[in-house]
Structures are given as C-alpha cells and as structure tokens.
Design a protein around this ligand. Structure first.
Ligand SMILES: C[S@@+](CC[C@H](N)C(=O)[O-])C[C@H]1O[C@@H](n2cnc3c(N)ncnc32)[C@H](O)[C@@H]1O
Length: 480
C-alpha cells in the first residue's frame, strides 16, 4: 500500500500538459514535434489518469500509456477506460524503477506532480527514462516545487509536522496540518506585514484545494523544492535541454517592476537559463512547469511567427471594461489573465470569442485585413499575455445549434457519478442537478422538441454547455 492508496488522490485534466499545448510550444520555437493526433504519449505517475483519459477520448488515433505505483488509482483508471470503451489507452500498475526498457519511444512524456514528491533515486530514474524513451523530437512536461517561493511552504510543512506528530490516519494528519496553518494565519492577522499576507494566501489556496491534495502535495513523505538551474542541469546530464515554460505567460515579467524587467531582458540576451533562474529569484516563484526536449534539437528564439502562421487560435476572453487612451480591458477566465488592448487586437479577440470554443486557423483571423504581418504580431502578443491560445490541432466542439445535441461521453459518464465534469477542451466545470439530468440525456438519441418538453430553457442551457466545451461537434456525434 502506498500513501496514495491510503488517501486516494483526485485526478484532474491539466491543459498545460496536453500534447496540443506541448506541440504548439515546440512549433513556435522551431521544432518539428509529432502530430498530437497520431502521437504516442506517456504519463508517468498518472494517478487515476483522468488527464490521460480525457486526452485519449479526444485524440482517438493517438496512443496513450500511463502507469502508477498506487494500485487503487490504476484500478479506478481502468474502470473509467472500460466504461468509455477506449481502445487507445493503457494504464499499468508499475514502479518507475521497473519501467521496461523495451517500452518503445514516446513523442510526449508527462510527469505532473511527480519530481518534487519522489525520492532522489526515482527522480534520477525519471530523467533516465525520458532520455531512453523520448523520440528525437519529443517534448517532455515536468513540474516541480521551485525555490525560493516553495521554501515558504516548507516553513508551514515543518510546523505542521510537529503539530501533527503521532497522528497516523492520513486524513486526520492533513486536517491537523491545515489547522496549524489556520492558527498561523489567525495569529498573524494582528501583525501587518509580509508574513501575514503570505500565510493568508496559503490558507486561501489550501481551502480552495481540498484536503486530499493537501495531504499529498504538502504533507506527503517527500517535498523537495528545487532551483530552476538544478533541474535544468539534471536534465542536461540526461541529454535533455530546457525548451520553455509550459505556460509561456508564467515566465513573462508582466507583474514585476521596470528594474526587474530590465535585468531579465539583459540576461535573456546573454543566457536564457540564467534569465529563468533570476526570474524565479525576483518573483519568489513557488512552482515551475517546464518543457524539455533533446539537447541536440536546434531551437529558434525568440518565438518564430512563421510557426504561429501554421496554427489555429482560440479565445475565451471577454471585454471587461474601458481603460484610458481608448484601450479596452480584456480578461480571460480560463487563464486568469487580464490586459489592455487596442482596436486591432480587440477585433481579433471579438472574432475568436464568437467562434469559442472552436479555434480558427491563422489565415482566417481577420481575413479582410491586408497586413498579415501586423496581425501576426498582435496574435503573438495576445498569445504571450494568455488572452488567446495557440493550437497545433484545431479545437472543435458543438455549438449548441445541433438538432440532436450530444454531450461528449466522458462528461456524460462523470455526470452520472457527481457534479464535476471534464470538458472536451481539457478543463473542468461544476454542474447543478438540473444540468446533470440534461447532460445524461444528451446522448444524441433525443431531438430538440423532445428535450424542450422537459427543459423549457433548453437553448440557454445548450449555449452554456457549448461555451464550456461539453458538446461534440456535429460530425463526431454518434448516438450512444
Ligand atoms: C502527486 S501525485 C500526481 C498524480 C498525477 N500525475 C496528477 O498530477 O494528478 C504523484 C503520483 O506519483 C505516483 N508515484 C510515486 N512514486 C512512483 C513510482 N516510483 N512509480 C510510479 N508512480 C509513482 C503516486 O502513486 C501518485 O499517484
């Protein structure tokens, strides 16, 4: 039994690990990554594998392999795969230390929530596995707790370990640890200053996260934060180089002041790895999600707008206010980013918003505009501040106008069990009981008129399901 059998971890889809996202970063930096639609994808320590299952369900011609040390998580994954009838995914109960040498090559390798939470021997074995099994243009996603920001969580972890000493039950242990943090927050409330702000932020994050995650992410047996340079050097020893941040936006100094920006700009021209390390120092960064590729792969920096023209784009961003000098404030609920934009960017965003959640090829973004270079520049800036997303594979969903609307099969299955459902665009949303009923009925066997009899506000509900990315595109809707 592992700690993850005692206290099962709740699996989630992570957009930033999706092969589409990884491929688009590779394309923008001059790589020729594998087409995600036919790629071979590996998820290391996949837990109950919802991340991988949601990918497999939208990319039927790609192949997925996940493995995990926790038997209960693997059983849960297999049961979900069987219920969905997926043929392109396999999940095994396996220790990374015993990963078979003949498992073949993978185009995308994901290790989310793994590196900082396993002993050194397993970390090293992970990087060796990546080196052994990455295809020549593979992209590997790796997340870890970063120094210096994570050392603040270490202060809590140490106090909580003392406080929870002697408690065996993992849930009670995690609860006691959270109580310790709440105590630290309550007592610091009367003392204005940085520590009070930090502890308050940690309490909010922990409450939002839930006890199951806290029990592992913060109080599992291993919690090892690293400097960025340590991980980059370890990867280099195993033949891999830093490609980029998985969320380009997270590595942009938008929220740092001018002096920090100048330092980072200067470093970027001299040595990107130094720039990344100093970024973490200056931002007090607590968590890193990086992409790696083989050391021999030639990369083009900065971002290659020729790569951008091969892709399609989507945006959930809304106009949320007016700014000075005629600019408009735009916010993207999906990424949490907010920015001020001018007329041309506004026109691009409006067009993408109208198509949301479907993506639009670059060539169709404002086709009436003659100056494609100017549009490419704006698209790149909007992408860099996370107002739009780039896709190597077109993002396609139903629009809510179909005669027999179909909710995609994973969400229908989840709605039978609970209120959290996964979308086709690799995110999650919470649904109320009436929407759950509707989700379960939208299997393509019912016409609009049959549905309206039961749901008089059907179109409003369908519009919402469409915006969330829960509907199958018309040509993929197969009655179940
Ligand atoms: C923090 S969880 C992350 C799960 C999943 N990747 C996610 O992000 O939702 C870490 C996972 O790694 C698995 N794990 C730890 N050591 C392992 C090993 N040596 N081999 C395979 N899996 C391992 C655990 O069982 C657990 O499911």
């Amino acid at each position: 039994m592992t700690p993850y059998d005692d206290l099962p971890y709740v699996s989630r889809p992570f957009r930033q690990t999706h092969p589409d996202r990884l491929a688009s970063m590779g394309l923008l930096l001059g790589m020729t990554p594998a087409d995600p639609r036919t790629a071979h994808v590996l998820d290391v320590g996949c837990g109950s594998a919802l991340n991988l299952i949601a990918m497999a369900a939208t990319l039927p011609d790609a192949r997925f392999f996940g493995f995990d040390l926790a038997q209960t998580a693997v059983e849960q994954a297999r049961s979900c795969i069987a219920r969905l009838g997926l043929q392109n995914i396999r999940v095994e109960h396996m220790d990374l230390l015993e990963f078979p040498g003949d498992a073949g090559e993978f185009d995308y390798i994901i290790a989310h929530g793994f590196y900082s939470w396993v002993p050194e021997e397993v970390r090293e074995a992970l990087l060796a596995l990546v080196n052994r099994h990455a295809s020549p243009h593979a992209i590997c996603y790796l997340s870890f707790n970063a120094r210096p920001g994570s050392t603040l969580r270490l202060a809590w972890r140490e106090a909580a370990a003392y406080h929870a000493h002697g408690i065996i039950d993992p849930v009670e242990r995690a609860q006691a640890s959270v109580r310790m943090l709440e105590l630290m927050a309550e007592t610091s409330a009367a003392r204005p200053g940085a520590w009070r702000d930090i502890v308050t932020e940690m309490v909010d994050a922990v409450h939002a996260k839930g006890i199951r995650w806290v029990g592992h992410d913060d109080f599992g047996p291993v919690f090892e934060p690293f400097h960025f340079h340590e991980v980059a050097e370890a990867a280099a020893r195993h033949g891999m180089q830093y490609l980029s941040d998985a969320c380009h936006f997270d590595s942009q100094p938008y929220e740092l002041g001018d002096p920090a920006r100048e330092i980072l700009q200067d470093l970027e021209q001299r040595d990107l790895l130094l720039r990344e390390q100093y970024f973490d120092f200056l931002e007090l960064r607590p968590f890193r999600q990086i992409l790696l590729c083989r050391s021999g792969v030639a990369l083009r920096r900065p971002i290659d707008t020729a790569g951008l023209r091969q892709m399609s784009f989507s945006s959930a961003a809304d106009e949320t206010g007016a700014a000075a000098d005629g600019q408009i404030v735009v916010s993207n609920p999906l990424t949490g980013s907010r920015s001020e934009v001018g007329e041309l960017s506004r026109a691009i965003l409006r067009q993408l918003r109208a198509a949301w959640p479907c993506s639009m090829p670059f060539a169709q973004v404002l086709p009436a505009q003659a100056d494609r270079d100017e549009i490419a520049l704006r698209v790149e800036r909007l992408w860099a501040c996370a107002l739009i997303e780039a896709h190597a594979v077109a993002q396609r969903c139903g629009r809510g106008t179909e005669e027999r609307p179909v909710v995609w099969h994973l969400a229908r299955l989840e709605a039978a069990d609970g209120t959290t459902v996964t979308t086709r665009i690799h995110s999650q949303c919470i649904v109320d009981d009436v929407t759950r009923d509707l989700l379960r009925l939208l299997d393509g066997s019912r016409s609009r008129s049959e549905l309206i009899a039961r749901f008089p506000d059907l179109q409003r509900r369908l519009d919402w399901l469409a915006r969330m990315g829960l509907l199958e595109p018309a040509d993929e809707s197969t009655p179940a």
